[in-house]
Every structure is written in structure tokens, then in C-alpha cells.
Design a protein around this ligand. Structure first.
Ligand SMILES: [Zn+2]
Length: 316
């Protein structure tokens, strides 16, 4: 322990499995799902089973984190908002936030050219430091990232994944300016924050506080992207109409061309068969989230933006 570390406790989570060639617990989750899909099991039964398995995996990992003595952030006490306490955010406030953050990311813009492992190390340090600033404890975890995990086959709309038992993290596709946020989100899970809203919030707040322009840019891009998704859904409904409207809103946001391209690429235009598959898997994933004490898939965008709105306006 050096002088500057006085008063900060260190806990090292080994993430040993993160270096194995295959994400094994992921196979455990995926195999029964795959066989049931192929054999045509009924949707609701399948969803419940997958959700139960996810809940089991989550609780096993939670016990393990607790045994290690990790002090978790109490979101409601620290930020004035959490999964169960989210203030409503008026549509007008959402629209003005879009204008503000579109301007900010245009000003901040810089392409991400550093290798992923170097970026992962920077992101991990920003996140570790941010959490330690609140809890007084550095929860040190691996920087290792995979480029493939079976979950990406089942959840094609996901950008990354973290296996809750092993701490395995994978990034599924290149998202450019969004990548630091995707990594920070998955690394938050690795440090013991299993809920999606908590991972979204910690990723955003740690990058925003980092003073590293690449990381701050990524936080602001994520916030803008989520706000655009919510407004698109509220104005045009969910499903295909909402997704088309998202692209309209991106075009109207006056983003510089490199950013406009990145925002469009996040929501790929799907064929009707792909859309049908995605709808089923989203519903399943939504169900799994609800069974683990979360509000559902909207925690990624609506919950996340309401959390920030609550935090920045003095609590829910
Ligand atoms: Zn997540």
C-alpha cells in the first residue's frame, strides 16, 4: 500500500474463468434454450425456465461476491434513485436533453483508435477509482475481454455480455465511440453489480467523472442514444415503427457524419424474419430481468435516463 492509497482497501477478484477458452456457464444456459427452440417448446414455459436459470446464476454470484467482502454501493442512499425509485421524466425534458447532448458530442468528437485491451485497462481504472471514491474500497478485476460468447447468438440485439458466475466478459461487435461505455457496463457486472440499471448508471457516471475525453465522449453518446430510443418509442410506439422513428430522430439531431453513422449502426434495420426472432428473444430477456428484481428491458434506456434525471435533480 502506498501513501496515496491510505484508507482505501483493496479487494482482488481473480476472474480465473475469464481466461478459459469457452465460456462454460454460458453453454449451460444456452444448450437447454437451443434444444427447446429447435424442438419447438412453448414460449412462456421456455421463458420461465430460462429466467429461473438466470436467477439462480445471479444469486450464486451474489453469494460469492458477498463472501469476498465487497462493499456494494447503496444506490438510493448515494444517488437518490435506484431500480425501485425512478422519477418520471417529462417528454419535453427528454427532447431538450437530446439537443444538449447532440451539441456536446459534436464538440467532443474524436475517433477511437487505440487497441481494445488498452481501452479496457483505461475504462477499468476509471470504474475502479469511481467506485472506490464512494465505498473506500478498490474492487480490482481483470481487464480481459472475449470477442465471442454464445449469448450473442441468442440475444442478437446485445452489444456485450457478462457471465455472472465466471465474470467472463465479451464484446459482440464494434460500436466505435460507444465501446468504452459497453466495456464499462460489462465490467460493472464483473465487479458485482448484476442489475442492468446499476451497470448502466455506474458505467455512465465513472466515464463522465474520468476527465478522459474519449471516455467522457462515450458516456455522452450512450446517454444521447438511450434518450433517442425512448423518445422514438414514445412518439411512434415500440417495434418497427419506433425503430424507424429512431433513425429519423438521428437524422434530425444534426450530428456530424461520423457520429450519425455510429448512431444508425447501433439499431440495424432488420428483415421481417430477424425482427420476429428478435421480438421473441427480447420478450424472454425482459421476463428474465423481471424475475431478478428489475423493471425489464426498459431499464437500459428509460430506467437509465430516469435515473440520471433523478440523480441530477436531487433524487426521485
Ligand atoms: Zn448488462
Amino acid at each position: 500500500m502506498t501513501a496515496s492509497d491510505q484508507g482505501v482497501e483493496r479487494i482482488r477478484i481473480p476472474n480465473r474463468v475469464a481466461h478459459s477458452p469457452v465460456a462454460l456457464p454460458d453453454v449451460m444456459l444456452a444448450a437447454p434454450l437451443l434444444s427447446r427452440l429447435l424442438l419447438g417448446a412453448s414460449g412462456p414455459g421456455l421463458a420461465i425456465q430460462a429466467a429461473a436459470l438466470g436467477a439462480y446464476a445471479g444469486s450464486a454470484a451474489k453469494d460469492w461476491i458477498r463472501r469476498l467482502g465487497v462493499r456494494k454501493i447503496d444506490f438510493l442512499a448515494v444517488f437518490g434513485a435506484d431500480v425501485g425509485h425512478l422519477p418520471a421524466m417529462p417528454l419535453a425534458a427528454r427532447r431538450s436533453e437530446i439537443a444538449v447532448y447532440a451539441r456536446r458530442v459534436n464538440e467532443l468528437y474524436r475517433p477511437i483508435e487505440m487497441p481494445r485491451d488498452e481501452l479496457a485497462a483505461r475504462v477499468n481504472e476509471a470504474l475502479t477509482r469511481y467506485i472506490a471514491g464512494i465505498t473506500g474500497q478498490r474492487v480490482e478485476t481483470s481487464d480481459a475481454i472475449r470477442s465471442f460468447m454464445l449469448a450473442q447468438f441468442f440475444f442478437p440485439f446485445a452489444l456485450g455480455g457478462c457471465d455472472f458466475i465466471s465474470g467472463d466478459v465479451a464484446i459482440f461487435r464494434d460500436t466505435g465511440v460507444f465501446e468504452p461505455h459497453v466495456i464499462a457496463h460489462e465490467f460493472s457486472h464483473r465487479k458485482g453489480y448484476f442489475k442492468e440499471l446499476e451497470a448502466q448508471a455506474l458505467a455512465y457516471l465513472s466515464l463522465e467523472a474520468s476527465d478522459d475525453p474519449l471516455l467522457v465522449q462515450s458516456a455522452f453518446c450512450e446517454r444521447l442514444h438511450r434518450q433517442l430510443r425512448v423518445v422514438a418509442r414514445k412518439e411512434a410506439g415500440s417495434g418497427a415503427a419506433g425503430e424507424d422513428h429512431y433513425h429519423d430522430l438521428v437524422d434530425r439531431a444534426d450530428l456530424r457524419p461520423e457520429l450519425r453513422w455510429a448512431f444508425h449502426a447501433l439499431v440495424p434495420r432488420l428483415s421481417s424474419a430477424e425482427r420476429a426472432m428478435t421480438t421473441v428473444m427480447r420478450r424472454l430477456y425482459d421476463e428474465r430481468m423481471r424475475l431478478t428484481g428489475q423493471n425489464g428491458i426498459t431499464d437500459y434506456d428509460e430506467g437509465f435516463t430516469r435515473f440520471l434525471y433523478g440523480f441530477e435533480n436531487g433524487g426521485a
